[in-house]
Design a protein around this ligand. Sequence first.
Ligand code: IDP
Length: 140
Amino acid sequence: MAVERTLSIIKPDATRRNLTGKINAKFEEKGLRIVAQKRIQLSDAQAGAFYAEHKARPFYNDLVSFMTSGPVVVQVLEGENAIAANREIMGATNPANAAEGTIRKEFAESIEANSVHGSDGPEAAAREVAFFFAGTEIVG
Ligand code: IDP
């Protein structure tokens, strides 16, 4: 196992319900370190570009609207096997299928408003971290 970095987003449904600290506690309890973090308002262009791979999917326009509906917290998580570890902490995309103890099981409102994003592989992690953060903003 290697120390990795992954991009996490606390989505608008969660910031609206003031859940940033509770979600961050889940990462820290499992040994992931938050090595960069900022609260921002995504523009339509930013959200559209971030989710460009989903452009053909029927939920794309709704997803962009949702992701711009309020502030998000973008963050870089660091730790052993961080990419897969974070996906496990998050739980399945649809909260109905998410395991007990996961963020999505505990906090998600729906398959769309599912509280968190996490990079799904090393290539995505590198691209997504660079999408939001300059190297100097990440302090491990
Ligand atoms: P992931 O976030 O678990 O990696 P993806 O399939 O990459 O899941 O989808 C990206 C995001 O798009 C999801 O987190 C969710 O917010 C939204 N989404 C995925 N599938 C659906 C759907 O069937 N209806 C509405 N929104 C969806």
